[in-house]
Design a protein around this ligand. Sequence first.
Ligand code: GTP
Ligand code: MG
Length: 265
Amino acid sequence: MKFSQLDEKMRLYETSADQLVPPGFYIVARLDGRGFTKLTKETLYLEKPFDFRFREAMGAATEHLMQCGFNITYGYTQSDEISLLFHRDDASFNRMHRKLISVLAGEASAAFTHALGHMGAFDARLSVLPTEKVVADYFSWRAEDANRNALSAYCYWKLRERGLSLREASERIYKLSVGEKNELLFSLGINYNDLPAWQKRGMGFYWKMAQRKGFDPVRNAETQVLRRTLHREAELPIAGYREMIVNLITHAPGAEPEGRQLLLN
Ligand SMILES: Nc1nc2c(ncn2[C@@H]2O[C@H](COP(=O)(O)OP(=O)(O)OP(=O)(O)O)[C@@H](O)[C@H]2O)c(=O)[nH]1
Ligand SMILES: [Mg+2]
């Protein structure tokens, strides 16, 4: 068999499961650290329930994902996960499912490992969402997941500090309502309302237009350019979060690179 025939034949096997995300839908990718319970509790003994160095590595990975060639409107991280909202018109890799998840997982793993100085790998999945409202639902869902996990984690680790075993602490909080967990935590010396917002809500990343100095080599002169700069928000709002997401979608620069940088003069 000629190489060209073999090549054509074998590529059919390789691409038989390929799927494209149809145009007009919002893609949200979620990356999640693989086996990070072991990494955080057994390998590295990070601070519990929240570790600043870990937060910074997750933040660095999110920032890298937003700048590695896709047009991402909003990035969000909490715990060991990262969510990325693609611009609706982003056509990277022809919106091919396998390309998006494999490239994102690879980029996230590399960036996190580089930032933390210890190996960490991520899986990736895509949600294909029909409307801005469902996109807002998605991010409300992840933020509420962060909120509930933070409350439970604080209760759990405070009980462990008081000498309860893994099983005793888990059993103690298992059936408690959100209100009861708040009361338990208060009795253990912590007012949940006073905890840092990033621990309860996660962190958001989005683009802002900012004026920067540039240089025009043709005119040999300084210029002013409007450039997208990445903003990190560690105090995400509770009221108005959905509106914030919809607003970012509405005002997101287009998928084409020219939309991302405007020359002023
Ligand atoms: N100590 C510590 N642990 C953290 C921190 N952030 C996240 N984690 C831990 O990371 C883990 C994330 O949970 P999961 O993603 O459900 O568990 P996993 O072990 O990564 O399992 P898979 O995702 O299924 O591979 C939990 O054990 C969290 O407690 C942190 O700041 N400090
Ligand atoms: Mg994980």
